[in-house]
Structures are given as C-alpha cells and as structure tokens.
Design a protein around this ligand. Sequence first.
Ligand code: ADP
Ligand code: MG
Length: 302
Amino acid sequence: MLEIQNLVKVYPGAVAALQGVSLRVPLGMFGLLGPNGSGKSTLMRILAGLLEPTSGRVVLDGVDIVAEPQRVWPQLGHLPQAFGFYPNLTGEEMLTHMLRLKGVAAPRGAPKLCAELLERVNLTAAAKRKVKTYSGGMRQRLGIAQAISGDPVLVIVDEPTAGLDPEERVRFYRLLAELAENRTILLSTHIVEDVAMLCPRFAVIRQGRLLATTTPGEAREALAGTMFEGEVARAELEELAATHLVTQAHLVEGRNRVRLHLPAGAAPPGFAAALPTLEDAYLVLTRSAGETAAALPIRAAS
Ligand code: ADP
Ligand code: MG
C-alpha cells in the first residue's frame, strides 16, 4: 500500500506544482489523470525518490520514501516520461547496462535475467537489434523491462502511452494489465482512454490538487441525466460553448455534433439525453463553461 499525505512541492520561482495531495493507492492498477502541467510528473518523481517535496509524507508499506529513499528503491520501478535511450546499443545491451546501473540482483547471472525480462515484455525477437530501430511501443516496453527488474511492489509509469500508435497502445495496455496482477502500478496520463482501458480506480489532478478519487463507473454515474447531445450550426456553436459546458464538438458527416453538460434546466431544442462517458466526466471535473470553448477544436468545424 502506497500512502501519500499532504504532499506539497513548490519549485524555485514559486511554482506550486503540488498543493497538498493526499492519496492511498491500493494493489493493482491506479490512474493519475490530469492535463499537461497539472503536477503528474512532479508527483511521480517524488514517489521515485528523485525529487524532494517541500512538505508532506510518502509511505510505501510502512517505509517513508522521502526519509529513506535507499530503503525503498529496491521495491520500486520507474518509467520516466522522458526515458533516455542509447540508440546504438541493442535492446539486450541497453537493458544489461540499466540493470547494472540499478544494481539489480541477478543470482542466476545477468544474461539470464536480461533474457527473462525481454521475454516478459515480448522483445526476445528484437533483443539483438539496435534500439534506434525500435518503434515507440518497443522502446516503452524496453523501459518497462527495466522498471520491473527486481520484481518491485510499486511500479510508476509516467505518460507511457503518449505518442504510441493505436496498435502499439493496445499491446502496451495488455502488458500493463498483466503486470498489475500482483503489484501496484501507478499510471499517469492525460489520455482518458488509458484510464477507461486499464484502471479500476483513478484520481483526477488539476493545478496541483486532486479533484476526485473515483472509479470509471462512479464517475459516469455522477453525471446521470445531465448529458445531452445534438447538432448545431456553426454560428450557434460558439455561443453555446461560451455559456454551457461542452464536452465534445465533433464534425460528423459535415455537421457539428455537440455534447453538453446541463446539471439543471431544459436542454436546447433538438438535443436529446445521452449516456455519460468517462471523457464527459473528466471534462466536467477539470473544466468550466467557457473554458471548453477555448479548449475544444470547434473552429475546425467551419
Ligand atoms: P505534468 O507532468 O502533469 O505535465 P509537471 O509535474 O511536469 O506536470 O509540472 C507541474 C508544474 O510545475 C508546471 O507548471 C510546470 O511548468 C512546473 N514545473 C515542472 N518542473 C519544474 C521545474 N524543474 N522548475 C520549475 N517549475 C517546474
Ligand atoms: Mg508530465
């Protein structure tokens, strides 16, 4: 069990990246969902013992991560958001190098451990290829191989699916889901689909504060009866988005298809009740009316 208590991080220049975050992360997969700049990487780096918080505590299975990072390191794996590669090494060479740097125990020898880890992330066939020839998904899987070396109880993965193509993303989801069967995986992301696919529980972070800790089902349920969908002309769309919380404005067959959150009052003419999605729930939590107007690519509908 990972317990985060009232974590605050103020960077030099008075950037308050975390403003009192408290969270209990159970076994299995847990999502940390938030827009860019919300403090996800800051939190991840503190958990990984790479950054000192301004105040607050982080306790992993009874051990204080901030006070005794060396004691926690062997229990912990980390795939950073910007994971550096040695392009001219083969996958096998790079992993061997990283295991050495990490000081992972290999009682049956480093080559054997390396081969097992590559097998685990489905990279055996590419072990002898240079990393520069790897796809984005293969690189992320190599990153996971080092993160899970030493069989840590907690694995932290920071935006691992950003930049992967849809097929690679699905493959990566399967790997993470398997790995979460007997450990805690904390996954940070700004992609709602990541949470929908993987996370039985998740927290939403914005501007360094947690807005909710919930499940996908609960988050959708909270919006029951408040979502409406309809089509509008381009001229009406801007006005609608300025006064209502618009969670989606899509071009469908040349027409503007819009989803609105209406906690009270009557829906505009032509709008019908719609089932809430996780995307709706996320946008309702993190945005207010007017803000979505600027954030959604509604002008593309011209
Ligand atoms: P996320 O990972 O959710 O995109 P970050 O944790 O990277 O968010 O950043 C949170 C906030 O802290 C942002 O406003 C960012 O600009 C700021 N920030 C991040 N790293 C530093 C740093 N080293 N020095 C100053 N400000 C930083
Ligand atoms: Mg980040």
